[in-house]
Design a protein around this ligand. Structure first.
Ligand SMILES: C[S@@+](CC[C@H](N)C(=O)[O-])C[C@H]1O[C@@H](n2cnc3c(N)ncnc32)[C@H](O)[C@@H]1O
Length: 359
């Protein structure tokens, strides 16, 4: 910043901005350590332990002492772990443990922390795309499907059957009596596997563009011994189903499509006249000014820039972005031929809103 522009500014606000940025640097570093704490299993290991030394923690967790030591110190200075200097022992603070272990299920924010190092891994490709245009294909995002499935699975296991689908009692009745159900962009199959187990009278088909998540979904069908579910590697935009469906599902699988407008028109034609299209997608507004107080907006716009937008652009798509918002979603659904769009929110899901959509 040049000296003349500084003289026109209130230096208090400049100092505050500097402090804020220093905090962001520290917080970003903590997120990286949270991701490692989750992936190494350290948070889970520490969650029921009392004060312990570095060696005890390294031996108990089966990890290398030197890395564990450095990580523990980062946890202390971040305020996540308590430290007793007298005997050099560490303890995970229970109030943080509540948000950082696998046992916390949908409250496990350490699982969500994994997205940041994941997208940092494609920074060079994103930089090239800024300069030359184009996108970044799914294959470049190493662990994306696993992290996505872990995140959506935490939420689905907690609320899909008992809360989310209950938003449409009519859909639940169809599932109970025996419905044909399609999910596109199904990833590793979290949602369909739960529904197929709960509603044995219904038949489920899951399609996804990518082989890796479908392979995993098929393994899980086998493990769970389900005979009412099929997973296909299939580009939704080229899908031609043999029959119309009673229910079509999309969990976080519209905004990163290449051509979501065209796909929604297809979806309308795949659905029976009295069918239900049930969508969970990122909750936000289409207008940035309405997202300023959104508690997760910086995270969502960052993931949009680094993942959802480039994966769509890589397919020659429009790059709608994670924060396409409920206003645009509603108008696109109406343009595609759906007349009734009801939007719901659940206190138990801070990421998504739910659309119950009919022709
Ligand atoms: C954000 S992920 C959500 C995955 C899953 N629904 C979940 O909640 O775990 C979006 C998924 O859509 C899939 N996808 C993207 N474009 C697709 C297309 N044209 N046809 C089918 N699947 C697609 C991706 O491979 C990815 O698995």
């Amino acid at each position: 910043m040049c000296a003349t522009s500084l003289t026109t500014l209130d230096m208090t606000t400049v100092d505050q901005a500097g402090e804020t940025i220093v905090n962001w640097l520290n917080h970003a570093a903590t997120i990286q350590m949270m991701s490692l704490g989750h992936q190494t299993g350290l948070f889970d290991y520490l969650s029921d332990k009392d004060f312990a030394t570095e060696s005890e923690i390294a031996i108990g967790s089966g990890l290398h002492l030197r890395y564990v030591t450095e990580w523990l110190k980062s946890m202390v200075v971040s305020g996540i772990m308590a430290y007793k200097k007298e005997d050099k022992t560490y303890k995970l603070k229970p109030e943080y443990s509540a948000w950082m272990t696998r046992a916390a299920g949908p409250n496990n924010l350490a699982a969500i922390a994994q997205y940041l190092p994941l997208i940092a891994g494609v920074e060079a490709d994103i930089l090239t795309a800024f300069q030359e245009g184009g996108g970044v294909p799914y294959e470049k995002y190493g662990k994306f499907h696993r992290i996505m499935a872990e995140d959506s699975g935490n939420v689905a296991n907690a609320i899909l059957v008992d809360e989310a689908i209950q938003l449409s009692p009519e859909m639940v009745a169809k599932l109970e009596s025996g419905a044909t159900v399609l999910e596109f962009g199904c990833g590793m199959g979290n949602h369909l596997l739960l529904l197929a187990a709960h509603y044995p009278n219904s038949r489920f088909t899951g399609i996804d563009l990518c082989l890796e998540p479908i392979k995993k979904a098929r393994e899980r069908v086998h493990q769970q011994n389900l005979d009412n579910i099929t997973f296909l590697v299939q580009d939704a935009s080229a899908y031609t189903p043999a029959e119309a469906f009673d229910i079509i599902l999309a969990f976080d699988a519209i905004h990163d499509q290449a051509h979501p407008d065209q796909l929604l028109t297809h979806v309308c034609s795949w659905l029976k006249e009295d069918g239900i299209f049930f969508i969970a997608d990122i909750d936000g507004s289409s207008y940035v000014e309405k997202n300023i107080d959104h508690p997760l907006a910086p995270l969502f716009y960052t993931i949009s820039t680094m993942h959802c937008t480039p994966v769509s652009l890589a397919q020659g798509g429009v790059g709608l972005g994670t924060m396409w918002g409920h206003e645009l979603a509603t108008s696109m659904l109406q343009t595609a031929g759906f007349e009734k769009v009801d939007i719901h929110r659940l206190e138990t899901d801070i990421q998504n809103c739910y659309y119950v959509v009919r022709k």
